[in-house]
Design a protein. Sequence first.
Lengths: 243, 587
Amino acid sequence: MARISRRELLKGAALLPAAAAVATTAPITFVPRTMPSSGGRPPDYTAPAQGFLDSREKAFVEAAVARIIPADELGPGAKEAGVADFIDRQLAGPYGAAETWYMQGPWQSGTDQQGYQLRLSPAQLYRAAIAKIDQHLKQSQGNRTFAQLDAKAQDDFLHALEKGEVKISGDLGKEFFEILVVNTVEGFLADPIYGGNKDFIGWKLIGFPGPRYNYVAQIDQYGRKFDMPFVSIAGRDTGIREA
Amino acid sequence: MAKRLPPKDVAIVGFGWTGSILSKELTDAGLQVVALERGGFRDTIPDFAPSTIQDELRYAVRNGLFEEPHRETLTFRNDASQLALPMRQLGSFRPASGAGGAGVHWNGQNWRFLPSDFVAYSHNVQRYGKKMLPEDMTIQDWGVTYEELEPHYDAFEYLCGISGKAGNLGGKIQPGGNPFEGARRREYPLPPLKRCYSTVLFDKAAKEVGFHPFPAPAANTSEPYKNLYGVQMGQCTFCGYCEWFGCGNYSKSSPQACVFPVLLGRDNFELRSQCEVTRVLRDSSGKRATGVAYVDVTGEAYEQPADLVILCAFAQHNVHLLLLSGIGKPYDPQRNEGVVGRNYAYQITSSVDVFLDEIMNPFMGAGALGQIVDDFNGDNFDHGSHGFIGGGYIANWNTGGRPILQHHLPDKTPKWGSGFKKALAENYLKSTSLATHGCVMSYRGNYLDLDPTYHDVYGNPLLRLTFDFHDNEHRMSKFLTDRAAEIAKAMKPRAMHPKPRKGHYSIVPYQTTHNTGGAVMGTDARTSVVNRYLQSWDVPNLFVMGACVFPQNPGYNPTGTVGALTYWAARAIKEQYLRNPGPLMSA
């Protein structure tokens, strides 16, 4: 993890509605938000995707993931694998809402060793950071959004964001970019039921065959490539569901 | 007003390994037992079915089976001069919530501690002198010996169906096993697991540099097995989804696979899940527990009277409950007095990633499929010239090749872009990692108490953790990492990437769920919370199980010793306490 200035990040949090900023030390009334250890539910991959991002935000994420894992001579990348859809769905769900995180105040900046102390959920972080980034680019790139830049300019901007050379609400941009990279890798390499890793693009690139379950016969065939067809939790390599 | 329930003989708080074993043992003795579990009920089917459990995102990345910080977390700081802040999301460790506890999602790396580990203070002082121990180090002897625990280690291993090779049978060193281990009465219940390629290469390299590798003791069954209680287990299929997942194949030892089938239907047993105990209740003398208070999932409050209360929650949660209940004197680090929260410890880990020319197929794995070098654990070597005490093991584990969290990339690989993608494609199948797993001693400045500011979902103060690594541990971990790098080099890799542990302890990256101490055992009530039978000094009808009783943390995974101590305490309760309820030792 790169070093994050929490004081700056807390300033970034001022983008949020005032209600979210109320700090309290009073005992909390018992209101179960999730059942204990419910573990969430696996997604219903047959239902239409319920996203969080608006079209401008979605365009940003589409363009950014295409640079984080690009299509190149090794084959298709994160965009082709549906990673923007993956992120959109994740942000709309329990992860995006930080449903299982401890989100009670008081909010204070701490040391790197104490970890995330922002009052922003992941979905709120995406929303706040993308708005600030587009605002920044509007001034510096002649009224163009990130998605409208060419690949070279996009890479240059992301490098500057990563290094903290472009300041977006203090270090908010840097923190956001770290999470964006993590979420992109998740979407590229998670089971296809979550909307990314479409047609096993990620798993085919690295050689992971999917949840195959039984390797008793193969585990001591040393050095031999395993070449059974790719599988998902939901089915075979003929699309998400079995034909 | 809390609703008062009909009394039971025994109230068990938490239903993981220790709670389920004690429920079995005490219902055997004819007692009426109720177990209260804060999380939901979970069983092999449908919760861990192979068709849905192999989901890295849901379980390993989004923490599907673990405790949820919004209900219960702790605050953390490196030292008492800092302001502790809440652990807002899980990071460094991952306790469970739900039936089976962390016994559901562990890897199954099942160890015995060394005989010298149980007398860590007197052994080190005798061999190296008091000057080897820093002034603020607070290690002590356990009050129980390896020899006393040996039959109980054996029982837990035959409950689990451990796969392994004995290295010391009745004092005779056995080829192929761990030559440094304490004497055991008999072989492991099952032979070692088949080896994967990386462990074969590790074994060869470790021998070349003069070390003594052996197959790890695994709570993953190498063959079908009928356990201590007559429960049938299946053969492990090397699916590679042990740690962070439940096993749907009845082949990773867990309360579900090993205990539930003989316990859950008993007339004198009741499990209440989604019931979180918030206090141990006492009579007006303060010296007798009268039961427990708990809250169910709807927020309804209850009092469960019981003659015997046993804390079986995860390590720090037992300590939290003692502090909230006002049982035992809280530790005061300024005066070095009091006991509850004292001697919290952890483990110190590092790794060396190894990049090879051949295909390793890392996805064919099991949680405890590994080859181990134990030459530098405990006091298995002369520490005289090294400037530290303790040690740890070096392992090549192949727990699985789950793509999001278990891909290894060479040093200086870009974090994104075509260079990152190329490194992923080139290295996923052709890499492995050597891990070091080191002990952490106890210190005056590392402790647990109640946080003055932050509260949990019930309005109770959060537990506060004050912890940092000390010089002894940093020196030891560097020494282990250097030895691991020697083995890695002998594997003739095309590249290797040592990742030593440096600087302050951080709550952010996952390291290990081997949290220990805070309610330690001993023979002196001034320096321990429970006596050598895990019985509270202050409240004799209260017992405390789990790794919170470890006075310091040796260089092995804790579960084997947690299991052995549970059987040790169960015998003391059944054979001594029930006959004559009262203190089993005088303070």
